[in-house]
Design a protein around this ligand. Structure first.
Ligand code: NAD
Ligand code: LMR
Length: 328
């Protein structure tokens, strides 16, 4: 028997990530090749015409799994009945704007969209925040949607995780699918810590294969940390296809489970595991089963890593305070 359609919200759907993401969802890349979907696309009034154009293209693409499209600038209509919410919409940093101004704009967007999701989304809706500052936007959403379980609100660090896999695969000249268990700790920002201490390639420890700790502790880390900026420099636009693909990976693994023996990185509400700050959205290694994530416990953290986990944790605490000061 055919499955019931799943309703997937994409905010900021007329933007560049949205344009790459909605066809992936409609093709079954996010939820599986046998899972029908109804897309809910939200954008703001100045983008309404472009949003309608995206809807027209979705119709023209005749995706067999796509059972309906809601394209709207009304946040309540967009959120009603959604089972998965991918929050890509946000206010970009413009010339001359201070960090606090960007935080202030986004904190108020995420506060109001939190209320709409809380009141109108389906029970047990899973939320993924992509828009920057992703961890802190997700935290605001969690704080202002108190009846949505904290475990249902996450942010995207899978792009950073995939970037780390890509760098190791290139360095070792192995298939990217043979590289496993890298970790992104902390914030989706340049303080994130891409950690290979537990990673393997073709079943062997990455450190043993690379045989170059100077590269692994230096250039590898900065390349992953700065990759978003490098893409902007090259494209004059921020990453879009890789971000959309990572958003699909994040939701697919969360809903359908991670393969045995493999973990992925997700920004989740911190319980203080690994002595990082509790009460912020922090990226951890997680495994997923039956639609729930669990932080991988018991990994050894050396002195070098400890400092990096603490540094990115301190930045998230500072962002949290800044976001709250903007809302008060
Ligand atoms: P974009 O500017 O092309 O698109 C953003 C869209 O959001 C626009 O269509 C805009 O009209 C819309 N929007 C603005 N305010 C909104 C609101 N209140 N409600 C609904 N929609 C709204 O940007 P993009 O390149 O698609 O990137 C989107 C976001 O994702 C940015 O914040 C970017 O920094 C972030 N990003 C995150 C990651 C990650 O790994 N977490 C990676 C890449 C980009
Ligand atoms: C990315 O990692 O590619 C983006 O978060 C960069 C950005 O600033 O939008």
């Amino acid at each position: 028997m055919a499955k019931e359609p799943v309703r997937v919200l994409v905010t900021g759907a007329a933007g560049q990530i949205g344009y790459a993401l909605v066809p992936m969802i409609a093709r079954g890349i996010m939820l599986g090749a046998d899972q029908p979907v109804i897309l809910h696309m939200l954008d703001i009034p100045p983008a309404a015409e472009a949003l309608n154009g995206v809807k027209m293209e979705l119709v023209d693409a005749a995706f067999p799994l796509l059972k309906g499209v809601v394209a709207t600038t009304d946040v309540v209509e967009a959120c009603t009945g959604v089972n998965v919410a991918v929050m890509v919409g946000g206010f970009p940093r413009k010339e001359g704007m201070e960090r606090k101004d960007v935080m202030s704009k986004n904190a108020s967007i995420y506060k109001s969209q939190a209320s709409a999701l809380e009141l109108h989304a389906a029970q047990n809706c899973k939320v993924l925040v992509v828009a920057n500052p992703a961890n802190t936007n997700a935290l605001i959403l969690k704080e202002f949607a108190p009846s949505i379980p904290a475990k249902n609100i996450t942010c995207l660090t899978r792009l950073d995780h995939n970037r780390a896999l890509g760098q190791i695969s290139e360095r070792l000249n192995v298939q990217v699918s043979d590289v496993k268990n890298v970790i992104i700790w902390g914030n989706h920002s340049s303080t994130q810590y891409p950690d290979v201490n537990h990673a393997t390639a073709v079943g062997k420890p990455v450190r043993e294969l690379v045989k170059d700790d100077e590269w692994l502790n230096g250039e590898f880390i900065t390349t992953v940390q700065q990759r978003g900026a490098a893409i902007i420099k090259a494209r004059k636009l921020s990453s879009a296809l890789s971000a959309a693909s990572a958003a699909c990976d994040h939701i697919r693994d969360w809903v359908l489970g991670t393969p045995e023996g493999t973990w992925v990185s997700m920004g989740v509400y911190s319980d203080g595991s690994y002595n990082v700050p509790a009460g912020v959205i922090y990226s951890f290694p997680v495994t997923c089963k039956n639609g729930e994530w669990t932080i991988v416990q018991g990994l050894a953290i050396d002195e070098f890593s400890r400092k990096k986990l603490d540094l990115t944790g301190a930045e998230l605490t500072e962002e949290k305070e800044l976001a709250y000061s903007c809302l008060s």
